[in-house]
Design a binder for this molecule. Structure first.
Ligand code: SF4
Length: 376
């Protein structure tokens, strides 16, 4: 390997093993972060963002005709160009370098091209004058000290001109497939603070990186950047986040444009949904056991039991006037509208006959009081 050996633990705040030094930003794991992360991941799967097609890790050329060290160098260049620049602009600049430089985008072609020409090609990116100088210096360092490759440690990457920790950790993940730290940019920094996952608003992205790394399991370090960057590009915008459309609005202490009553209702619905899933999970587990333990195919019996349970629950909902729910003609169950001027119109909690046993009114009132305490 061409890279210099590690000097000190760049991921000194890592909880991923090896020489862990406690960071001053270390913080307690926030409750329910897994649910929030699941919902953000789901949201990102359904809502494409610029980072999905134009993010730095997607810009390097790959393939049999491209040596791996060239791909790695292109990833580093893309990340260097990306600071203070939109993904769309970075993407165009990298494509132009790949196309217009003689021999493509390589260490040698960056060394060969006159600075004025290089500056012209990347002219749309932020701070392109400075970045032109940095690109030239980094190409020289890579040629002379790393035998035409890029460094493979965070320390050595951060030592390169114009390369910061965010770029270093993302380069390690994308170019070397090494997961040694979270790449925290302005989106990750902003959203992690808005969600209350960290309290490092004034400490900058590095404070956020150390705080996140102190509790977030290492297997999520790589995806968190991609999830939050896209989420920040399309919904949790720097100014004017679209909180009423946010999948984690009831869990976010920074949510705006949502009344306390609406938050209460959403938390209540989430609780009912969780109960329903728990109830159906048990039915399914029971069905599997019946088949494996008794070695008989009694799926039909289980199905009939399930149908009977569902019918019973549906009847209970329909007959119980004190229930906060009512059944629609199409079989869906709705929450009755509250006597509350701030309250939203009744919202659907379940469709079809898939309804779990519901709590009695007194329990719901107790839950409701508990939920009041949960609302930030
Ligand atoms: S509720 Fe608003 S501030 Fe909170 S994560 Fe969602 S969009 Fe961002």
């Amino acid at each position: 390997m061409n890279a210099s050996p590690p000097t000190a633990s760049a991921a000194s705040t890592s909880n991923g093993g090896g020489g862990v030094k406690k960071s001053k930003f270390a913080t307690k794991e926030p409750g329910g972060w897994e649910i929030t992360l699941d919902r953000l991941r789901e949201f990102r799967l359904q809502n494409p963002a610029p980072v999905d097609t134009m993010g730095c890790e997607r810009l390097a050329e790959v393939g049999d005709h491209i040596p791996p060290e060239v791909s790695r160098y292109q990833t580093l260049v893309a990340l260097m160009l990306s600071s203070q620049t939109k993904d769309t602009v970075t993407s165009v600049a990298v494509r132009r370098l790949q196309k217009e430089l003689k021999g493509g985008l390589t260490i040698q072609s960056i060394l060969d091209v006159p600075s004025e020409e290089l500056n012209r090609i990347i002219g749309a990116v932020g701070f392109h004058n400075k970045k032109t100088v940095y690109l030239k210096q980094v190409a020289e360092i890579c040629r002379d000290q790393y035998k035409g490759d890029i460094p493979d440690t965070a320390e050595a990457l951060i030592a390169l001109p114009g390369v910061g920790p965010k770029m270093a950790y993302l380069t390690l993940q994308c170019a070397w497939n090494k997961n040694l730290g979270i790449g925290v940019d302005v989106h990750v920094h902003r959203i992690a603070n808005r969600l209350g996952w960290v309290k490092t608003e004034k400490d900058g992205p590095e404070g956020t990186r150390e705080a996140l790394q102190s509790w977030l399991p290492k297997e999520h370090w790589r995806e968190i950047n991609h999830i939050m960057v896209g989420f920040g590009q399309v919904l949790c915008l720097p100014r004017g986040p679209v909180c009423p459309s946010c999948p984690v609005q009831e869990r976010c202490p920074s949510a705006t444009g949502i009344t306390k009553s609406q938050k209460k209702k959403m938390l209540l619905e989430a609780m009912i949904k969780a109960e329903r899933e728990e109830a159906f999970g048990e039915v399914e587990i029971h069905a599997v056991h019946a088949k494996t333990e008794n070695e008989v195919d009694d799926e039909e019996v289980v199905k009939k039991e399930k149908e009977a349970d569902e019918m019973k629950v549906k009847n209970e909902v329909v007959e119980d006037d004190t229930s906060p729910y009512f059944a629609q003609d199409d079989g869906s169950v709705e929450v009755k509208e509250e006597d509350d001027s701030e309250s939203m119109a009744s919202s659907s909690v379940a469709n079809g006959s898939k309804v779990s046993p519901l709590k009695d009114t007194s329990q719901l009132e107790k839950d409701s009081a508990d939920i009041e305490d949960l609302i930030p």
